[in-house]
Design a protein around this ligand. Structure first.
Ligand SMILES: [Zn+2]
Length: 278
């Protein structure tokens, strides 16, 4: 029965990917580093580059009538672009990810004349029972903390931090975020030993990194499916995955491999024997 759910999820993820919708995932609201203007949290590597705060570019600050304090140093926000390069011998087009960045300042500590747009909203949710069961049923899992602002799994500490339930406008997004980090934790050297988790110094944008993100997102979507959580989270997952894999047609192989690993990871958390299907 569960395999059915897995298959449905895999298909939906691929379907969404093919649609190519890319709104950035924004599942929780309090704490962390956000764009001052939009109040959207930064994701990916930027959550490691920026401390909690509200950030704006020099131009945005000027336009809003603010002024960067004397001597303040900017922070860097990065994003990926793909460069197409033709191989001289084979004539094949190779896609190379390269980093772009822009500079920002934190408006509360580094800027004069601008005010915080932050609202500490608290959402009053009832936990979803079936999803809680999955979380609590993960035998020999990692340690957990629930501080605002950052969803992350630290392989060396074998520890997850997930923003608390009250920070998520949608209860489903809390579980899909928690499940995402739980799936990462199954890759730990004491569990399923996945390269994306055990390899040290994996560069952001490497295939091994992208693949681990795929595994985490697809595995989270599968666990959400098992918990009977609304499929809208799958759409968000798909957008997130798509932001890692800009060209699905080149990377279908990656999606298929990741789906198999995601299924193993979900099985591990659910305490089920690995399926015999490879
Ligand atoms: Zn992740």
């Amino acid at each position: 029965m569960k395999k059915c759910v897995y298959e449905i999820i895999t298909e939906k993820v691929i379907e969404q990917l093919e649609k190519g919708v890319v709104p950035w995932r924004k599942p929780w609201i309090n704490g962390g580093a956000v764009n001052w203007k939009t109040q959207k949290p930064y994701r990916g590597i930027n959550t490691f580059l920026l401390e909690a705060g509200e950030y704006a570019t020099f131009k945005q600050i000027q336009e809003a009538g603010g002024k960067v304090k004397k001597g303040e140093k900017s922070h860097i926000v990065v994003f990926w672009k793909w460069l197409e390069k033709e191989d001289e011998q084979s004539g094949e087009i190779e896609k190379i990810p390269y980093l772009r960045y822009y500079r920002v300042f934190e408006i509360n500590s580094q800027v004069e004349g601008l005010t915080s747009k932050r609202k500490e909203t608290v959402f009053d949710h009832d936990p979803i029972e079936k999803a809680e069961e999955i979380y609590k049923g993960y035998i020999n899992g990692p340690d957990y903390t629930f501080y605002p602002g950052k969803a992350v799994y630290y392989p060396t500490l074998d520890k997850i931090n997930c923003p608390p339930l009250k920070d998520f406008p949608k209860v489903e997004e809390y579980y899909s975020t928690l499940f995402h980090e739980m799936i990462h934790s199954t890759g730990h050297k004491s569990r399923l030993v996945r390269p994306g988790v055990i390899t040290e110094n994996v560069a952001f944008g490497d295939e091994v990194y992208s693949k681990e993100e795929l595994v985490a997102e697809m595995g989270a979507a599968m666990l959400c499916g098992v918990a009977g959580i609304d499929n809208s989270t799958i759409e968000n997952s798909a957008s997130y995955i798509h932001s890692w894999i800009r060209n699905l047609k080149d990377d279908t192989r990656l999606v298929v491999q990741a789906a198999a690993q995601a299924q193993k990871a979900a099985d591990y958390i659910l305490g089920k024997e690995a399926s015999d299907e490879e």
